[in-house]
Each structure stands twice: as structure tokens, then as C-alpha cells.
Ligand binder design. Sequence first.
Ligand code: FMN
Length: 431
Amino acid sequence: MNNFSFLKDKPEYRSFSKDCIDAEAAFRTSYDSCVKLVRTALDAAIKWLYATEKKIPPGNLFELIEQAGFDKDLADKLHYCRIAGNEAIHNEKEFSAHEARQCLKNLFDFVQWIDARYGKNFSPRTFNTAENILQTELCGMKLNTPIFAASGTFGFGEEFESFVDLERLGGVMVKCITLKPRRGNDGVRITETPSGMLNCIGLENPGVEVFLSKILPRIKNKMNVVVNVSGSSVEDYARLAKLLDVEGVAAIELNISCPNVKDGGIIFGTDERQAAKVTSAAKKSTRKPVIVKLSPNVTDITKIARAVEAAGADCLSLINTLMGMEINIHTWRPTLGNITGGLSGGAIKPIAVRMVWQVSQAVKVPIIGMGGIRSASDAAEFFLAGASAVAIGTSNFAEPSITMKIADDLEKYLRSCGLKNIKELIGKLKA
Ligand SMILES: Cc1cc2nc3c(=O)[nH]c(=O)nc-3n(C[C@H](O)[C@H](O)[C@H](O)COP(=O)(O)O)c2cc1C
């Protein structure tokens, strides 16, 4: 982030510009110091405002707000920075990257307001959330970071808003959507395993109509929305792709790999011809980029990858969960209501890395790698294996803000390697 550097050319703001630049620089090393320094910068900027607007008598922030004609939104933003700063200074509260960035963003809006009112701010700037080092693009989508949230583990994104700066994600692959609403499977749906979990949710979702009318309008301006879809026939996928060809949908991800439903999903993902049919039917029905999500429950994943690439897939995502099972030895029954479930989490990472590497040798389209990523070093393995972006699934349950930590640490890792952008890491495995 380099949002305040424009202040260097504006000597009239000398009394607060250095504080703003220092606050942003502190973000790299300590979020707590960043929040404290935002508070210092804010005070300096307010002092400048008092001095400039001689008619405003010194008083509290709210008198100033009233007299200077702030809008309520800006007043709330300043209030947020003040309270956070006080908490950091007096109570030594610890702050997350998301909170520190929010303080910086609010300070930035204040400085923009000042510059619009007193300076010559003809072209207002927008706050750049991403580090340039992590910015990239995929299938025409601009990504602030190459880190997605994986489908089924992040709801519709909004549920994570208080833990995650959604703008800082490459995008959210929302929970799988089907033509009609689904209740999902009965009985136990989730069980923990050594280094992972088994699930058999069974694609519970409200259906495409509710998604389009109620959910999409709420989330579309907050993130790149990738809609994961599943159907029971080739026509279902085509209809879903057509219905979702609307503003606010960044891409469609075809889930041809769900191991937990009887009527569809995985049967398309384990047969090359079926996988190709579904892909070309979806491609013909939409102008959106089509991502095809591959199943690891096959003998040779590269065959399916080649088939869907030839059928027009714009991107591949892999891997979905591996079919697994657990038995309760006291009842002699399966733990899960569906008997079998999909294994995800740390345990599957080596398999996922291997598959991403194999697929990256077999196709030219970009790959979103996923499966057991818990840290930036896990993510780096996927990039080295050939992924252009990664998605985080099960780890979100253990640590809801994990995607932000991975972004922070990935940036540090790239710097430590002397790289200027994430693209320089993709496919650089020495083998
Ligand atoms: C509870 C749960 C629900 C999931 N639901 C979906 C889904 O609706 N659609 C889909 O394509 N993948 C779904 N997945 C698979 C994940 O998106 C991801 O591909 C897989 O879990 C591997 O990544 P991970 O190990 O980081 O979780 C689900 C996974 C879990 C754990």
C-alpha cells in the first residue's frame, strides 16, 4: 500500500503528511502501532483543520463535525479511528490486519475530504487495499490478492465480514447453488479427522432464484463473486450458467466433483466425456468465465483436465474433497448420516499439490489450487506447482481470519525471495 505518498508533493499539509505516511508504513510491521499512529495522524490533521478554518472554535470532534459540515459517514469513520487508537494506546488492545487497514482507509477518506475542500483534488483517489506485490488477474477478474475463499466453507462471504477485509480477497466462491433449493443430507454431516474433516453437507442451498433476488444484490459490490453451481443433468448446468449471466457475478465455477450427493456432481467429474459435455453446455450459455472444479476421486486427473480445457473451460480449480468414511466402533455404524463424506483440510494437501502440478503440465488454462492450505507456505507450494491463485477452505472454520494472515505472510515471503509480484512464483518448481 502506498496510499499517502501523494501528500509528499503537498507542502501545505506538511504538519500531518509525515504522520499519515508513517502510520501506513507501520502496517508492515505491527498492526497495533499502525492503529496508534493513525490516531496521531488524525489528531494532527484535525489540528490543521482547526488552524485553517479559523472560524471553528477549538472543541471536541463533534462540534467540529457539525461546523465543518461533515457528513455522518465520515464522522463515523473518524470516530472509529479515535476509539481504536484509544484502545491501542491506553488498553494495549491487539488489532488485526483488517482493523488496522480499516483505520488507514478511514484516515485516507478524511485526507481526501480535506484535499477536496482545501486543495485541488480534481481526480479523487481510491484507497488501494492490495499490496502491488499480490495484485494479479485471472480470467479478466482483477484480484487484489490471489487468495480466494473456497466454496462451502465461507457461506456467501458476508458471514465473514467482521473477520475479513473482503476486498482484499481475490474473490469468494460462494456456497454451491442449484436450480431448486436443497435441504442437504440428514443426520450427522461433519466429523473431525486427524488433520482435517469429513463432511457430507449434501449441497444445502436456497436455490438460484433466492440467490439472484436476495443474496447477490447484498454481496455483489463487496467482492468478486464466483458462483459455484451443481446440477443433475447437462441441461441443469446450462440453465444455471444462463441464469447467472448477470451483473455482479464475476465467474461461474462448475462443481462436477461433489462426492456427497447421489444425483449429479461427481458423475460428471469422473468421466471425461460427461465433464466435457457439461463444460461446453455451460460455456455456450454464458458470457462469464467458466471455472471447472475437478475431483481428486479419479485415476488420472489430467485426462479430465484436458477434456474440459478442450471443451472451452477458462480456468480449472482443484481439488474438491476426497471420498472418505469413518466408523463408530461402539455402535458399529458409520459416523456420517450419508455413510461416506468428503475429506478436506491439512491431510489432503500433498495430494492436492501433486494434482495441481500434474494438471499444470497438462493444460494451458490457469489453475486455482486448493486442498489443505493452512498457511502462506502451504499456499506458496501451490504457486510453485503451477497454480495462478489459491483457495482456502477448511482452515476458515478453525480461524475465520486465516485468509488475511495468509495474504500478509505471503507478501512477506515474496519479499524475502526478492520477488516483485506473485506471478513470478507461478510454476517455478525446479524439478
Ligand atoms: C463443509 C464443506 C462444504 C463444502 N461445500 C462445497 C460446495 O458446496 N461446492 C464445492 O465445489 N466444494 C465444496 N467443498 C469443497 C471445498 O470447496 C474445497 O474444494 C475442499 O474442501 C478442499 O479444500 P480445503 O482442504 O482447504 O477445505 C466443501 C468443503 C467443506 C469442508
